[in-house]
Design a protein around this ligand. Structure first.
Ligand code: AMP
Ligand code: ZN
Length: 475
């Protein structure tokens, strides 16, 4: 099967083929670093990671750009209140974003451009839009004239009758009711200078609006036409609609060939999680409540298809933690297994089918939950075969290959604390020595230490084994 992706532009799943053979240019809207990212934002970012990983699994080289919005209305307000510059204000949040992404094992993008570092590119694009009358100056601000762009609204399937030509909105984010000319550039106020949020431009001192940064920075790093542009569903209108208008008006080329939008994460009450609405949960909150970031990762990417809504709950996070534990336990069990003399042919056939089914599920618009479901069903069968000593050398290799296929997307199986397995084995040996020397206090201390790290020791006929504790067993 070839890779098929659901393109918001056409509303259909389409065969995916990049413009340049073997190389995918992908732009994804990143965080506005006015605060910590909430788990809803992280869902979108891990969705980008899933797209990226599957493209790589499919053999493509990927150039992935994710911007950091380090200037917008909210950042300005916050910096003003905190009596600091916008640069100082966003620093800890930008750093927290990278820490969260690392904790969640998102692969790094090739470029993380920041808006404030690309003002000249934005000024150039705005100048060209003014020159060709797609944009106009009003009271020192610059607006995009949506009336000049007949395709405006095609992505979100807007009813153009609702467009209010000539009506202007200056805010960065607005609701659907006000489909109006949007700001490309906002003139400076004296306070903006003090907080480092004012730049010179031929059309007057000011700062960029939110939308222009993505058009200017994607052009700088990826050229006029992107293979894939992704974002959360709430960005489809007006943000992405505005990006298309700016880029296509300025470049006279198709801006993005495939648009991917991920659905919302809702909070416990079923409302879309949002920073402005108040009740939001960050990765830090979840970790403080005892959740493993890898369980959060598993929950965010594998619990539901990216185009379905999901609701955050402790139960769902515990279920994801249990899935991570089962995968790892199986991987470790397999590693320890000495293969039987002969392979089990039925098991070999099923493992091959599950590998193919997993791949097909991912190729079908990145249906990771379905793929993971197939794998868990198969683990039951494989565990039974291990119990019965029916796993031969080829069976073992095929099962390992299946786990490695799955971990190419999930990245939770081998994502150990580095060196953990060796350390645990060393501590087990130390405990054995202590027991032989009848230093039982020391032996118990080692067992308790490991337990506090979520690892249980069990005596078996082949010596001491270790396993991970289930969340319910950790207390
Ligand atoms: P922002 O930092 O507000 O610019 O948003 C960053 C990303 O998070 C965007 O792709 C948004 O679409 C996405 N996003 C915001 N809220 C949610 C949510 N509750 N669930 C899923 N994605 C979201
Ligand atoms: Zn954007």
């Amino acid at each position: 099967m070839t890779l098929r992706l659901h393109n918001t532009l056409t509303g259909r799943k389409e065969d995916f083929e990049p413009l340049e053979a073997g190389h995918v240019r992908m732009y994804t809207c990143g965080p506005t670093v006015w605060n910590y990212a909430h788990v809803g934002n992280l869902r979108a970012f891990l969705f980008y990671d899933l797209v990226r990983r599957h493209l790589r699994v499919s053999g493509y080289r990927v150039t992935h750009v994710m911007n950091l919005t380090d200037i917008d209305d909210r950042i300005l307000d916050q910096a003003m209140h905190a009596r600091t510059t916008i640069e100082e204000y966003v620093k800890p949040y930008a750093q927290a974003f990278f820490e969260d992404m690392a904790a969640l094992r998102a692969e790094r993008a090739e470029h993380y451009p920041r808006a404030t570092e690309h003002i000249p590119e934005m000024v150039d694009m705005i100048s060209s839009l003014i020159e060709h009358e797609y944009a106009y100056i009003a009271d020192g601000d610059v607006y995009f004239r949506i009336d000049s762009f007949p395709r405006y609204g095609e992505l979100s399937h807007l009813d153009r009758a609702g467009l209010k030509a000539g009506v202007r909105v200056a805010t960065d984010k607005y609701e659907k009711e006000s489909v109006s000319d949007f700001a490309l550039w906002k003139r400076s106020h004296p306070e903006d200078e003090e907080i480092g949020a004012s730049w010179d431009a031929p059309f007057g001192k000011g700062r960029p609006g939110w939308h222009i940064e993505c058009s200017a920075m994607s052009k700088r790093y990826l050229g006029d036409t992107l293979d894939i542009h992704a974002g959360g569903i709430d960005l489809m209108f007006p943000h992405h609609e505005n990006e298309i208008a700016q880029s296509e008006a300025a470049n006279h080329k198709t801006f993005a060939r495939v648009w991917l939008h991920s659905e919302h994460l809702s909070d416990a009450t079923g409302e879309k999680m949002s920073k402005s609405a108040g009740g939001f949960t960050t990765l830090r909150d979840l970790v403080a409540a005892g959740h493993d970031p890898l369980a959060v990762r598993m929950f965010l990417i594998a619990n539901a298809h990216y185009r379905s809504r999901v609701r955050l709950s402790p139960e769902a996070l515990h279920a994801a933690a249990e899935q991570v534990r089962r995968l790892r336990e199986f991987a470790e069990r397999l590693d320890r297994t000495t293969p039987a003399g002969e392979d089990d042919h039925a098991l070999a056939r099923r493992t091959a089918e599950v590998r193919a089914g997993y791949r097909d599920a991912l190729d079908d618009d990145l249906n990771l939950p379905q793929g993971v479901g197939l794998v868990f069903d198969h683990l039951r069968e494989a565990n039974a075969a291990l119990d019965a000593g029916r796993v031969g050398p080829l069976n073992k290799d095929a099962l390992r290959a299946l786990l490695s296929d799955v971990d190419a997307h999930l990245d939770v199986i081998r994502a150990e604390e580095p060196g953990l397995a060796e350390e645990v084995e060393r501590l087990i040996a130390e405990r054995e020595t202590a027991r032989r020397e009848r230093d039982f206090a020391r032996a118990d201390r080692i067992r308790e230490d490991l337990k506090s790290r979520g690892i249980a020791l069990e005596d078996s006929k082949d010596g001491v084994r270790w396993r991970r504790l289930r969340p319910a067993e950790r207390s």
